[in-house]
Design a protein around this ligand. Structure first.
Ligand code: T3D
Length: 258
């Protein structure tokens, strides 16, 4: 049993809750290892077809625990390479949808953890802070790559340089989150999407992630080629056959993620 996470599986959704509420779920090395392992296990589990990441208490995640890793305590680069980077890549390359239910403040690496999810549903109490510059650091955990792609260069640099909180309404307006919902309804709304995704064509979702991820750093010709390659894979799945059969029979498809 992990010490820093709560894990639960419901309707094909693995709910991963960061669980250090007294410090707004700030990251320790232990939490980094446990989250990496939990993501890996969710990726491999046949029972899991969507991952939902959230935080216990009033915060989503306050980034690195500054008490555990004060200035001079060791190489930041080493910590990033061995902990954070694997988590961010694990979420982005997972062949299953990853959803973040952002329940409160998401700061530093915690903000970028939310950005690394495929979709974000936020409570109206959520806020997002690229807090790094406040302590003389640069955004890490994928922030320099993910944030400009979500909100554009100007807003990304504003968030990174001024390091001010972006509230939930603004986050929705600028495309940082997909939906903002009343705080008490966050998990209901997030689970609605998560269950829907868990019942969807999992292999196609994984291929969508691969296609979109690759297109962001390539040209149109390469994207067209890669789409053709991915479509051959999707076209050979059981879920594709089921989708077409359901259309012809005028019924709802039953996708099995195969
Ligand atoms: O190794 C490396 O450092 C490299 C990797 C870096 C990745 C990073 O994530 S760097 C960024 C680290 N995070 C921060 O700098 C954020 C620090 N926290 C804050 O600025 C504020 O707590 C928030 C803006 C997030 C929220 O403010 P507020 O007023 O809502 O809450 P609070 O009162 O500040 O925090 C509540 C408690 O959580 C408090 O504990 P206490 O004093 O009541 O016992 C606070 O100390 C604790 N806490 C919050 N964030 C952290 C933390 N404890 C340790 N580390 C934290 N990051």
């Amino acid at each position: 049993m992990p010490e820093t996470l709560l894990l639960e599986t419901r309707d094909g959704v693995r709910i991963v809750t960061l669980n250090r509420p007294e410090v707004l779920n700030a990251f320790t090395a232990k939490m980094g290892d446990e989250l990496r392992d939990a993501l890996r296990e969710a990726e491999q589990s046949g029972d899991v077809r969507c991952v939902l990441l959230t935080g216990a208490g009033r915060g989503f995640c306050a980034g690195q625990d500054l008490r555990e890793h004060p200035p001079g305590a060791g190489s930041f680069g080493e910590l990033l390479r061995t902990k954070y980077n694997r988590i961010i890549l694990g979420m982005q390359t997972m062949g299953k949808p990853v959803l973040a239910a952002v329940n409160g403040v998401a700061a530093g690496a915690g903000c970028n953890l939310a950005l690394a999810a495929d979709l974000r549903v936020a409570s109206e109490r959520a806020s997002f802070i690229e807090v790094f510059a406040r302590i003389g650091l640069v955004p890490d955990s994928g922030g320099t790559w993910l944030l400009p792609r979500l909100v554009g260069l100007g807003r990304a640099l504003e968030m990174m340089m001024l390091a001010e909180p972006v509230d939930a309404a603004t986050a929705e307006r600028i495309g940082l989150v997909n939906r903002v919902v009343p705080h008490d309804e966050l998990m209901t709304h997030a689970m609605e999407w998560a269950v829907r995704l868990a019942q969807g064509p999992t292999r196609a979702y994984g291929l969508i992630k691969r296609g979109v991820g690759r297109s962001l750093s390539g040209d149109l010709r390469s994207a067209l080629d890669y789409e053709a390659y991915l479509q051959d894979i999707a076209g050979a799945t059981e879920d594709h056959r089921e989708g077409v059969a359901a259309f012809r029979e005028k019924r709802t498809p039953v996708f099995r993620g195969r």
